[in-house]
Design a protein around this ligand. Structure first.
Ligand SMILES: [Zn+2]
Length: 176
């Protein structure tokens, strides 16, 4: 199964990298390229074996845009990864998980692969309840699952328990 973290890089990225390193787990991050001035965690994330995909340039619903606008947003994002970070991004997760036929066409034309999820942690709604985040993830993961998480404080609190409980159930963590 795979852990994915959306909406970085940001002020908690280094703490997530510390936590993942301590847990010895690889993960996949989907980052908005408007935040690429956070260069240090970027290099460290790649050096630690994590994968980084595009969460578009800005966090806007792509489905409200024309094909050309969607294509431009994704192309801007992958070319910034390439020019600023020397990183060839191949994975994309559309903001809000919203996509349509035009998004898929833009993704295909740019040679990217869209990665969605089958287990939502609802971490964005559970600020006060990291244990509920853990339960939602651990109780719903199956072999091959992709879990949606975010770089949020409550998710950081829940992460060690998520990893320990899934390991106890025999799951391995893959990087996409
Ligand atoms: Zn997002």
């Amino acid at each position: 199964m795979a852990l994915t973290f959306d909406d970085g890089p940001g002020r908690l990225t280094s703490a997530f990298l510390d936590c993942l390193e301590e847990l010895d787990v690889g993960a996949t991050f989907f980052w908005q390229t408007r935040y690429l001035h956070h260069k240090r965690p970027f290099k460290r994330a790649l050096a630690n074996g994590h994968s980084i995909g595009s969460h578009a340039h800005k966090h806007r619903d792509l489905t409200k845009r024309s094909f050309e606008e969607q294509f431009d947003s994704l192309q801007t994002s992958v070319s910034l990864f390439s020019t600023v970070m020397n990183h060839e991004a191949t994975l994309v997760r559309p903001p809000y998980g919203q996509y349509n036929k035009e998004t898929q066409r833009a993704v295909d034309q740019l040679g990217l692969r869209m990665i969605m999820w089958d287990v939502a942690s609802f971490d964005w709604e559970l600020k006060e309840d990291p244990e509920k985040i853990t339960r939602l993830v651990v109780d719903n993961v199956k072999s091959g699952s992709i879990v949606l998480l975010h770089e949020l404080p409550q998710t950081l609190v829940a992460l060690p328990a998520i990893v320990h409980e899934l390991r106890q159930k025999g799951y391995h963590f893959v990087v996409l």
